[in-house]
Design a binder for this molecule. Structure first.
Ligand SMILES: Cc1ncc(COP(=O)(O)O)c(C=O)c1O
Length: 425
């Protein structure tokens, strides 16, 4: 092979995998094994001391999961990745090495409702705090960062509103403050946006969504750019100070650009146990092979449907950021030039009642709490995913009571338009 870098379509099929050395199996086998035999006592000791990389026990590492980790890291342009049991697990795994009691994460007000709840309620039990800011106001983000801030968190294309975050502007702020920017790239996928090219330090995914693409398994992933200098300050002792559980070894000094990844496996998965199983990794690997093709169709369909909805008299507004009328159009061209994704909200003139009736009347769209499936999906966030929030929080998150969220699938666009038309009628 030449030295020319391989294209996305090639990497989504090949990165991280090779014919199985034992059998020649061309597809990545599902290594359904809890434990892996040591060659001898010396081999076992080296693995446990992190002096040699290999397989011990599937809570930590598994060969099927390892292929998926390398594939996602490659597609994102990162140094390494750790897969976990869900997108929510990935968020905790990303914050865990950075945070401590009394520390905070500055987060966007426009996030998936479950993340808003995880950040505003559950992480308080660890003594962590989240400060929510409108990420369109870069000065407000800068002002919210204080001496106890250990991370800044946003979504590339925010769920549910479809708003595209100005990652370049936000990463300029986080760089100046010396804290990592964590970007949830679930709704864009590395096909539409690679946040590391816009200054992010870490990327998280719910692989449950577009990466798997068929609504079969939950999973998550933390990808490390390998570029953040954990030792530039004393803010990140988990990575820059001696680790007592490994005889005083320092992760950043020992593993360099792979420090965050090794910490995620050797401490995060070891002690939190939010591990992805090999079956889930298999389904996600199958999905990723067609990621670019699916994302192209998702975006094409979203464009047709958003444009149709915008001219419909029953519709008040359409949130798809790729519309010519969208205030985010220029940002889309810079942050995700291949398209603004296929997840967006539609405000109906008939309010809450019209939303509920539409959801109940659709025949092709499924009413489910999921997104990023090959099938088209719909949900009314105010009565479901965002119902734990106050009305003000719902509006700030783009989930007002008169709004439904569409996740446009890869069916025939004309059929989807006809289905929406009869349901709104
Ligand atoms: C943008 C985003 N991030 C994270 C999550 C959480 O992922 P999971 O359901 O896999 O835990 C979701 C779930 O809908 C999501 O939409």
């Amino acid at each position: 092979m030449s030295d020319t870098p391989l294209g996305f379509d090639t990497l989504q099929i090949h990165a991280g995998s090779a014919p199985d050395p034992a059998t020649g199996a061309r597809q990545t086998p599902i290594y359904q094994s809890t434990a892996f035999a040591f060659r001898d006592a010396d081999h076992a000791a080296k693995l446990f001391n992190l002096q040699e990389v290999g397989y011990i026990y599937s809570r930590l590492t598994n060969p099927t999961v390892a292929v998926l980790q390398e594939r996602i890291a490659t597609l994102e342009g990162g140094a390494g990745a750790v897969c976990c049991s869900s997108g929510h697990a990935a968020q905790i795994m990303a914050l865990f090495p950075l945070m401590a009691p009394g520390r905070n994460v500055v987060a966007s007000t426009r996030l998936y409702g479950g993340t808003l709840t995880q950040f505003s309620q559950t992480i308080k039990r660890f003594g962590w705090e989240a400060k929510f800011v409108d990420f369109d106001d870069t000065d407000a983000v800068a002002a919210a960062i204080d001496d106890d801030t250990r991370a800044v968190f946003c979504e590339t294309i925010a769920n549910p509103g479809g708003v595209v975050t100005d990652l370049d502007a936000i990463s300029a702020v986080t760089k100046a403050a010396g804290v990592p920017l964590i970007v949830d790239n679930t709704t864009a996928t590395p096909y539409l946006c690679r946040p590391f090219e816009h200054g992010a330090s870490l990327v998280v995914h719910s692989t449950t969504k577009y990466l798997t693409g068929n609504g079969t398994v939950t999973g998550g992933c933390v990808v490390d750019s390998g570029t953040f200098d954990w030792s530039a300050s004393d803010k990140f002792p988990s990575l820059s100070a001696p680790e007592p559980a490994y005889h005083g070894m320092t992760f950043h000094e020992t593993f360099g650009a792979l420090a965050f990844t090794f910490h995620g496996i050797a401490v995060g998965l070891r002690d939190l146990g939010m591990t992805m199983n090999p079956q889930a990794a298999h389904y996600t690997l199958m999905g990723i092979e067609t990621l670019s093709l699916r994302m192209q169709r998702h975006v094409e369909n979203a464009e047709k449907i958003a444009n149709w909805l915008e001219t419909d008299p029953r519709v008040e507004s359409v949130g798809w950021a790729g519309l010519a009328s969208s205030p985010y159009k220029d940002r889309v061209a810079r942050i995700c030039p291949k398209g603004a994704g296929a997840l967006f909200t539609v405000a109906l003139k008939g309010g809450y009642e019209a939303c509920v009736k539409t959801v109940d009347s659709l025949k092709i769209f499924s009413h489910v709490a999921n997104l990023g499936d090959a099938r088209s999906l719909i949900i009314h966030p105010a009565s479901t995913t965002h119902r734990q929030l106050t009305e003000d929080q719902q509006i700030a998150a783009g989930a007002a009571p008169n709004v439904v969220r569409l996740s446009i699938g890869i069916e025939d666009a004309a059929d989807l338009i006809a289905d929406l038309d009869q349901a709104m009628a």
